[in-house]
Structure formats: C-alpha cells, structure tokens
Design a protein around this ligand. Structure first.
Ligand SMILES: [Zn+2]
Length: 198
C-alpha cells in the first residue's frame, strides 16, 4: 500500500511544484493476452444480468514505460447495474499487492452501449485517480472484445481526467505480444528437450 501512497504523494508534490508534462508520463504497455482477458472479465459481469464491470490494472512502473502484469477484479457491488466499489473492497485489492513491486497503473470499466466517455460519476469515483493513471472505458459490456480505438481512453493529467484522442493513443497505451508460437511445424519439442538452457 505504501507504494501506492508514494504515487499519490508524488502526484501531490508535482501539483505543488509543476505538473508532469503529458509527454513525460510513462507509456503503459499491456500484452494482447492480458488485454483480451480484461475484456473477458468485464463481459463476465454482464453474463447473468446487464451490468457494468471493472478490472484494475496493476504492474511495474519503470522510468518511461509501465507494464501491466496483473488484472485484479475487486468485489464490486453491481446490484444496480453500475459498479460500486467500497473502501473495504479496494483495501482487499491492495492487500494482495503488499510486499510486491506492483503498483496500480489504471483501471478499465465497461459501459452498456457505445458511449465510452467518462460520466461525471466516473470522473469523481474512479479508484485509479492519481497523476498519470489511465482509465479505459469499454463499450457493450466488453462482450465484443477490446479494440482500443473503439474505447474511451482517459488519463489523469494536471488534476483531472483528460480524454486521449486516438491519434495520441500510442503515447499512452501500447499493446505488446503476450504469447507467440512461430513454429512452422509441430516437431521442435523433441529438439528443445535436448537443448540445455543458456
Ligand atoms: Zn462509466
């Protein structure tokens, strides 16, 4: 939790002196596999009834980039079809990452239709609200998968969430390969067994 607080403190310090330039914010990297799984998790909220969902993105923050490693779904109350996360539910999430190098990088939530801008409530209640936090809104409850160009990308810059245009997308989120199998036939497994690690 300290690591998270460090981020918030840093954001407050920055606000007092100089807000971090948009260009200096780390570019968030996420694998295609984790992005697809984020979509599956959001869609799972809407399986039994039409409900929005939420997934927190945790990962490593380096100098110029951050990398999502972990998807955490809080125990959100979805009985009204929208997401309410209690301080207790969020504390439970944070307790999972205590003692790890993980920090909260952002969050993703779903909307019922094709509107993907933050609502006023989103602007006020998004858990990941610190300088540089990314908030992605996915249309159609995530049931159509995630195409970032069809999503609302928001970044907390200078004290509030700013909508990131699709032109600027790559300065904020980059999708990287999570798993690739480039074998052209299915033989090499035997060879690998005989190969010692470097
Ligand atoms: Zn929303």
């Amino acid at each position: 939790m300290k690591k998270l607080l460090r981020r918030n403190k840093k954001a407050a310090d920055d606000k007092n002196s100089q807000t971090r330039e948009e260009a200096n914010l780390p570019v968030l990297h996420i694998t295609d596999a984790l992005l697809a799984e984020t979509g599956n998790l959001l869609a799972s909220f809407a399986e039994k009834k039409r409900s929005e969902g939420v997934v927190y993105w945790f990962g490593l923050e380096l100098e110029e980039i951050s990398v999502v490693t972990s998807l955490i779904v809080p125990d959100a109350d979805t009985s009204w079809g929208c997401i309410l996360t209690s301080p207790e539910a969020n504390a439970e999430v944070l307790s999972l990452i205590v003692g790890t190098p993980l920090v909260l990088l952002g969050q993703v939530h779903s909307h019922p239709g094709n509107k993907v801008r933050h609502s006023d409530i989103d602007n006020r209640q998004t858990f990941a609200s610190f300088e540089g936090a990314i908030s992605v809104v996915i249309p159609y409850f995530g049931k159509k998968g995630i195409n970032l160009r069809r999503c609302g990308i928001h970044r907390h810059i200078g004290g509030g969430f700013k909508v990131i245009s699709h032109k600027q997308l790559e300065k904020h989120i980059v999708v990287i390969p999570g798993k690739a199998d480039l074998r052209r036939n299915s033989e090499p497994i035997t060879e690998l067994e005989n190969t010692e690690e470097k």
